[in-house]
Design a protein around this ligand. Structure first.
Ligand code: GSH
Length: 208
């Protein structure tokens, strides 16, 4: 199977979950990282089904939408529950939660007025995100093995949550505190554990 995954050259969860899954699963893929200019050319050409990235080509067949791509890459990499419909739905739930959190943060991205933006970010950091991190910690604790979000094995859910938490608390979002995980020790332990996996560390070294 020939795989070509296209996304910008930064480790945002939308594509990084799939890149990481393929890497951890030892599945070869063409890792294409267009710059802004190349992306605009792709967009103009009409080759992007929804005018956005990521997209994944599987033997020349194009697939779009981050969560669909993540699910597919999880399946080929052995990082998506096999033959267990409920666990599959639980992984999907967490991937959808990453989309929801992205939209929650995205609401502040388009605010032009700097002060208004900071007010929105302050509210996100003080109220909204702590609530959502609490939801995530509860979901983690509800799994019988709190090493992982679903079942006893690493899945694309763990990778996606790890990456979105890295984005939310990594200091790149002005006005969002970097210590939000401290109030959620189990979620923080999960975050540290995933980031410490050998395959994850070796993959992420490229961004250092
Ligand atoms: N619904 C899409 C959203 C993808 C998306 O928002 N991609 C952004 C990058 S993270 C993008 O391509 N932005 C450039 C643009 O929309 O022109 C998905 O789930 O993949």
């Amino acid at each position: 199977m020939q795989l070509k995954l296209m996304y910008f050259d930064f480790p945002f969860w939308r594509a990084e979950v799939s890149r990481l899954a393929l890497h951890l699963g030892g599945i070869p893929f063409e890792d294409v990282r267009p710059n802004r200019e190349a992306f605009m050319a792709m967009k103009r050409s009409g080759e992007l089904p929804y005018g956005q990235l990521p997209v994944l080509d599987v033997d020349g067949v194009r697939i779009a939408q981050s969560v669909s791509i993540a699910r597919f890459c999880g399946q080929v990499s052995g990082l998506y529950p096999k033959d267990h419909l409920v666990d599959q739905a639980r992984v999907d739930e967490l991937l959808d939660t990453c989309t929801q959190l992205t939209h929650i943060l995205g609401s502040s991205m388009s605010i032009k007025d700097a002060e208004e933006k900071m007010r929105a970010r302050q509210k996100l950091g003080a109220k909204v995100l702590p609530k959502w991190l609490g939801f995530l910690e509860s979901r983690l604790n509800q799994n019988h093995s709190s090493d992982y979000f679903v079942g006893d094995h690493l899945s694309v859910a763990d990778l996606a949550i790890w990456r979105i938490l890295g984005w939310l608390t990594g200091g790149i979002l002005d006005g969002i505190p970097t210590n939000l995980l401290e109030a959620h020790p189990h979620l923080k332990a999960h975050y540290d554990r995933i980031g410490d996996l050998e395959g994850v560390r070796s993959w992420m070294a490229r961004y250092a």
